[in-house]
Design a binder for this molecule. Sequence first.
Ligand code: HEC
Length: 116
Amino acid sequence: MKKRTVFVLLTSVSLLVAGAVQANGEGDAAKGKVVYEGTCVFCHGENGKGEIPGTPNFTKADGVLAQDDAVLISHIIDGFESAGSAMPMPANGGNPDLSDEDVEDVLAYLHQAFGS
Ligand code: HEC
């Protein structure tokens, strides 16, 4: 009985710590999946390999997701066009309702689902 109480206590403490870490800037991949499916999937595709010409393949090991998170966040928020690109990435994926938190969440999802 006693051991069980200690176990339950420890589990709650670690859950609390995990929650606090998540609130401190790390994105929530589960929420990010919803953002991805609502805003990004039309161009970037379910499998992250790109639905339309000009979109990068997110699953490539040394691809765009290997960049610094700060760079990726700013490219998602402000939009981005690489040299000789067939099409630019629209600011916030073209969705004016996207918050900075949504962007952190969707980036966490990109890393979880596609790598780097
Ligand atoms: C209308 C189509 C479209 C939508 C919607 C879109 N993207 Fe993109 N995205 C692109 C294109 C095209 C590129 C490549 C731009 C280039 O290299 O010039 C790109 C590039 C990127 C890159 C790589 C940037 C870099 O540094 O090379 C990331 C990350 C990205 N998109 C994330 C997202 C996320 C997250 C969303 C949803 C919030 C989203 N995109 C929605 C078209 C889109």
